[in-house]
Every structure is written in C-alpha cells, then in structure tokens.
Design a protein around this ligand. Structure first.
Ligand code: GLN
Length: 196
C-alpha cells in the first residue's frame, strides 16, 4: 500500500516509521504533487491553526479534498482530527477540510489533565490499546454516518466514516502499531486507488 504522511508540521516521523514497519510504502507529503499514486494519507497531530495555515499556503487543503473525492482515504489524528472535521466548536473561522461529520472541541480535556494516558478498548482488537492523549480535542458530536470504534469514558476517541478515520489520541507514540494496521486494513482497503 502507498501511504502519505502530511509532513508540514507536528508528529509525522513516528507515523512514517509505524507504516514502514507494517510494510507500506511511505511518502512525506509537502506539496499537492506528492499525493499522486497514494491510497491513504494521515494528517498528524501538532498545532491545528498552524497546520491549517501551512496547508492553505501550499494548496494542500484543496488537494486533500480532491484526493478524498477521487477515492483516497484520510486519517486525522489529534490536530489532524480537527483538520478533517466539519465543525470546530468556538472557532467557526478556523479552516478545516469539512469532511468527517464530527464536531470537535479543541483542548477540551482541561489544564490539569491536558495530557494523560488510558487503556482503550478498540473494536476489532483483542487486547486494550495504551493511548496517549496530548492536549486532545474532544469529539462533542457525531453525525449519523459515524461509526465509533473506541471511547474514553463517554466520549468517542476513534471514529470512522467510510474512507475517513479520526483518532484524538496519539497512536504513533505507543510503540504499538495496531491502530495504524486498522487504518490500512479497514479504511485504506476501501480506497479507489486506480483513480489518481
Ligand atoms: N491542541 C492542539 C490543537 O488544537 C492539538 C493537539 C495535538 O495535536 N496533540 O491544535
């Protein structure tokens, strides 16, 4: 499989390593032309406003929308989950791809618990996944087409909608590639690769 890791800002190197360990071919995406021939792209964690500015400066906002429309799969994690969402609560002007039918609240887990770890039950995985949350957004609303793959307390923390996936934790920091494998097997497998 050919996977792109958006490499403008943030935690992209660890994602690249995880996909390489799973046997995928990995491209660092910095320009729209780098999307050619890919089946799936991950938008990593980082700082969502900075990332949005860089995406628009390089034309990657439009290009990623086109990539999805042409049959590609997208996974946004943490700041990336904010980027793929349709609504950022309290930040109506913040640019986003407007694809995944969720509303997110930035930095919603409060100051004291801004970063924390939790063992999650993830649909399809036998053992719990040790998840690291870093100033994570909270998924405050999910649309009817959203499938919840994992929750922390009552909140969805891993969701899919067809060829889209979002996680609000950082699976690349756990030394456990099962969430990356989930993306390849369950989400990228639905991509229509021949189209671009
Ligand atoms: N708090 C960050 C934001 O809003 C996201 C944090 C992360 O990606 N780890 O942009």
């Amino acid at each position: 499989m050919k996977i792109g890791v958006l490499a403008l800002q943030g935690a992209f190197r660890e994602h690249k390593q995880a996909f390489l360990r799973l046997g995928a071919e990995v491209t660092e995406v910095r320009l729209p032309s780098h999307l050619k021939g890919l089946q799936g792209v991950i938008i990593p964690g980082g700082e969502s406003t900075t990332m949005a500015k860089l995406m628009s400066a390089y034309g990657l906002d439009t290009a990623l929308g086109d990539f999805y429309a042409a049959g590609g799969a997208l996974w946004g994690t943490c700041a990336g989950a904010i980027a793929v969402s349709v609504e950022i609560v309290g930040y109506p002007e913040q640019p986003r791809l407007n694809l995944l039918d969720i509303s997110v609240e930035r930095n919603a887990y409060g100051r004291q618990v801004a970063s924390f770890e939790a063992d999650l039950q993830i649909e399809g995985l036998k053992r719990p996944f040790h998840a690291i949350f870093i100033r994570a957004p909270r998924i405050a609303r999910i649309g009817p087409g959203i499938r919840v793959i994992s929750r922390f307390a009552a909140d969805p923390v891993m969701v899919t909608q067809g060829r889209l996936m979002a996680t609000v934790f950082h699976p690349e920091l756990s030394g456990d590639d099962r969430v990356h494998r989930y993306f390849l097997e369950k989400v990228v497998s639905k991509s229509l690769t021949q189209r671009f």
